[in-house]
Design a protein around this ligand. Structure first.
Ligand code: COA
Length: 428
């Protein structure tokens, strides 16, 4: 595994330097020449998610984050015959929940009967929080702090929405003299408009991308391709009369019959005369996802399945007002660390925060359309902020296994101006 951040571990450092030399001597630029397999690799054992449901009106609207997580933790234990006491740490990405989701996530761990000796923390790197959580666990495994861990993410956009305004009493006046600091407050929808304007991504192009996302997701759902990655959650939901009913949540709700014509009729959602609409934006959604990771040697010892391994990871800063361009920088950075090029990657899971930015990034990097989000993306499935990066692992790895592909990338833009990308290699 090759990280952009420097690790302390000495043997890891040695390996890192060897890989760097290998890359700089240009021997690593052939297809798929990633670091050799090692017992020290950080491997992905399993990844599951809840169905993604519409915020405010979907089947998970009354489900607490701890309940979503508890269901998934139990799912990992069940599917992998995992003894919870082997899990050294859990890291959960979360953006909106009170206490940064730390308390609810720890409660979820106890609900799923994980012992108090399994530690837990939450991380917030906005839309990449789920991915960052997975990578924090990967770092801990690579640094030999733990052998096995769970990285994941959760968001209830029903219980906590994105519209909390910043209290003027609680920010320093200095930010008004500092443009990038000020620009961190620009609403995400406006950053989409900025990208569309600056890089001339017109409405038709955005709607076509959105249409494709819906079409691919609908086809995948119809063929049952999400079944393997969705772990059913038993929960309760209040109906329109305010009465509780028991439900099992098994299916994504954001996917809808869509035509280019119906998309073209939607009004701009964020700016008069803008081009970003409800149809070409990611949906606000409830959901959770978890990824079980281990050092290869530990996975082998416990007889755990190995789906693939983490190869490289990068986070790259961009201007806050056009934060959507983040993947156009993070993807090349992560590929460079792995000694790979854009063409080496079989499948890209790029989060569709907005069609404007996803289209810009794909075009900028010359990624063939058929390699991007083959089962649709957040425009169709939804984007529960802290969950998304972890959700993309299950969507990517199940598809790589089904289509026997080897190299994949997960990437997303990040509010306040960053992009993140991870390269993974499938094994079984
Ligand atoms: C854009 C946004 C405000 C829309 O929210 P919303 O109004 O609740 O969205 P809805 O799903 O109700 O859709 C609004 C309308 O568009 C229509 N619509 C949505 N998608 C459609 C599609 N694919 N085809 C046709 N019509 C569609 C809906 O039917 C609805 O019409 P109606 O009002 O006549 O029923 C919201 O999704 C949003 O904020 N998205 C971005 C979230 C974000 O910033 N995330 C972080 C990214 S970094």
């Amino acid at each position: 595994m090759y990280f952009i951040h420097i690790m302390e571990n000495k043997s890891y450092q040695r390996r890192l330097n060897l890989i760097r030399q290998h890359i700089s001597s240009n021997k690593c630029l052939n297809r798929g020449t990633v670091p050799p397999v090692s017992d020290d690799d950080v491997v992905i054992v399993d990844c599951i998610r809840t169905a993604l449901t519409k915020s405010g009106r979907g089947l998970l609207k009354d489900t607490m984050p701890e309940a979503m997580l508890a269901g998934l933790f139990e799912g990992l234990v069940h599917r992998n015959k995992l003894d919870p006491k082997h899990v050294g740490d859990i890291v959960i990405g979360n953006c909106l929940q009170a206490g940064s989701g730390m308390m609810t996530s720890r409660m979820g761990q106890f609900l799923a009967k994980f012992p108090e000796t399994t530690n837990l923390m939450s991380v917030n790197r906005l839309c990449s929080s789920g991915l960052q959580a997975v990578m924090n666990v990967a770092y801990s495994i690579a640094g030999r702090q733990i052998d096995i861990g769970i990285g994941g993410g959760v968001e209830s956009m029903s219980l906590y929405n994105m519209n909390g305004t910043i209290d003027p009493e609680k920010i320093s006046e200095a930010i008004f003299e500092c443009e990038p600091a000020r620009n961190c407050m620009i609403p995400m929808g406006i950053t989409s408009e900025n990208v569309a304007e600056k890089f001339q991504v017109d409405r038709k192009t955005q709607d076509s991308f959105a249409y494709e996302s819906q079409r691919k997701a609908a086809a995948a759902q119809k063929s049952g391709l999400f079944k393997e990655e969705i772990w059913p959650i038993n929960t309760r939901v209040k109906d329109q009369k305010g009465e509780w009913k028991n439900v099992t949540v098994t299916q994504d709700e954001g996917i809808r019959e869509t035509t280019l014509e119906s998309l073209g009729k939607l009004k701009p959602a964020f700016k008069k005369d803008g081009t970003t609409t409800a149809g070409n934006s990611s949906q606000t959604t409830d959901g959770a996802a978890v990824v079980l990771l281990a050092r290869r040697s530990a996975a082998k010892k416990l007889g755990l399945n190995i789906l693939g391994r983490i190869v490289s990871y990068a986070v790259s800063g961009v201007p806050p007002e056009i934060m959507g361009i983040g993947p156009a920088f993070a993807i090349p950075d992560a590929l460079k660390l792995a000694g790979l090029t854009v063409n080496d990657i079989d499948i890209y899971e790029i989060n569709e925060a907005f069609a404007s930015q996803a289209t810009y990034c794909a075009n900028k990097l010359n990624i063939p359309a058929e390699r991007i989000n083959p089962k649709g993306g957040a425009i169709a499935l939804g984007h529960p902020l802290g969950c998304t990066g972890a959700r993309q692992f299950s969507t990517l790895l199940t598809e790589m296994r089904r289509t026997k592909k080897r190299l994949g990338v997960i990437s997303m833009c990040i509010g306040t101006g960053m992009g993140a990308a991870v390269v993974v290699e499938r094994e079984n």
